[in-house]
Design a protein around this ligand. Structure first.
Ligand code: BDR
Ligand code: CA
Length: 311
């Protein structure tokens, strides 16, 4: 069914190479109304993720407010993955600086935004979801103001950060469990889905030919900096986070399954593991829709078309 109004959207992110592309995709898409961006420490420290989010919004020519949020998970220690995203989170691709952050903490800003929103807001979490968890744990009634939560998190099988856990889920499992317990519609793009969005040198080369804009070329430079994943056969890397945004723009590119999902918050080697009951073996009520397949050619065509529209 065609929507006649853009979806009001907040993106909680930790840019991060793939986060950068997700932000640009959202900024370029008229189906979405990006009302705020919140940054957390994740792939790299909060100082870098905030700076990158601000720089990307300015590069895209957007005045969306960007808020600084949590620099560590609700419990435990912060740990980044600089070896994937570079020390600066952008693979060393120097972006021109952005403007100042919007005043206030991301969790406070989220609560204020939800409280006053004229229509339900969609939340996209593509980072450790500490900011979202904090906002909703401290004012759970605001869940009614959420249209949908779309997360890049978890896996039904093997992890990428540990044998059991995907990076975002591992980085703040307690915050993720708060969201899973809200009773709002949740869509999950996990590792099995995002592995299908494989960025290869050939795909980057094809994207580069689509235009000379600063955003498109920066996105290609950033993508080219990401080490190829052994886990995926060494042929490229998974473009995780833009999958969550693409779901909102082009759901026909995906297949999905309603499931019960919970996350292991224990201290052992399974910490951060998402238990995704695709075959209803636990008989628990479904609390999430798990994305299973992606039309990868359609996804990269969409991405190229949208990035080419930006300055
Ligand atoms: C997720 O972790 C981060 O490294 C990426 O930005 C993505 O959000 C993939 O596991
Ligand atoms: Ca991310």
């Amino acid at each position: 069914m065609a929507r006649n109004r853009p979806i009001p959207l907040v993106i909680d992110c930790d840019p991060g190479t793939d986060d950068a592309v997700a932000l640009l995709l959202a900024a370029a898409s008229p189906e979405l109304d990006l009302v705020a961006v919140t940054a957390a420490g994740g792939n790299v420290g909060l100082d870098h993720t905030l700076r990158n989010a601000l720089a990307l919004m300015r590069l895209a020519g957007h005045s969306t407010p960007v808020y600084s949020g949590a620099d560590r998970p609700l419990l435990g220690r912060y740990q980044g993955v600089q070896w994937v995203h570079g020390e600066d989170g952008m693979g060393g691709v120097g972006l021109p600086p952005g403007g100042p952050p919007a005043p206030g903490h991301a969790a406070d800003a989220l609560r204020a935004l939800l409280r006053t929103a004229p229509a339900p807001v969609t939340l996209v979490g593509i980072a450790p979801v500490t900011n979202l968890g904090l906002a909703l744990a401290t004012e759970p009634a605001l869940a009614d103001k959420i249209a949908e939560i779309v997360l890049m998190t978890g896996a039904w099988g093997e992890g990428n950060a540990t044998p059991a856990a995907e990076f975002n889920a591992l980085s703040d499992p307690e915050a993720l469990q708060i969201l899973l317990g809200l009773g709002r519609p949740i869509t999950i793009a996990g590792l099995e889905l995002t592995a299908q969005a494989l960025v290869t040198p050939a795909r980057i080369a094809a994207l580069r030919t689509l235009g000379g804009g600063a955003c498109l070329q920066a996105a290609c430079d950033v993508l080219a900096s990401v080490p190829h994943a052994k886990r995926l056969g060494g042929e490229g890397s998974a473009l995780h986070d833009p999958c969550a945004v693409a779901w909102l723009i082009a759901p026909h590119l995906f297949t999905a399954r309603p499931c019960f999902v919970e996350v292991d918050c224990g201290p052992g080697p399974n910490r951060g593991r998402t238990v995704i009951d695709r075959w209803d073996r636990l008989g628990r009520p479904h609390n999430a829709r798990v994305l299973e397949t992606l039309d990868a050619d359609g996804f990269f065509a969409l991405l190229g078309q949208r990035l080419a529209r930006l300055p």
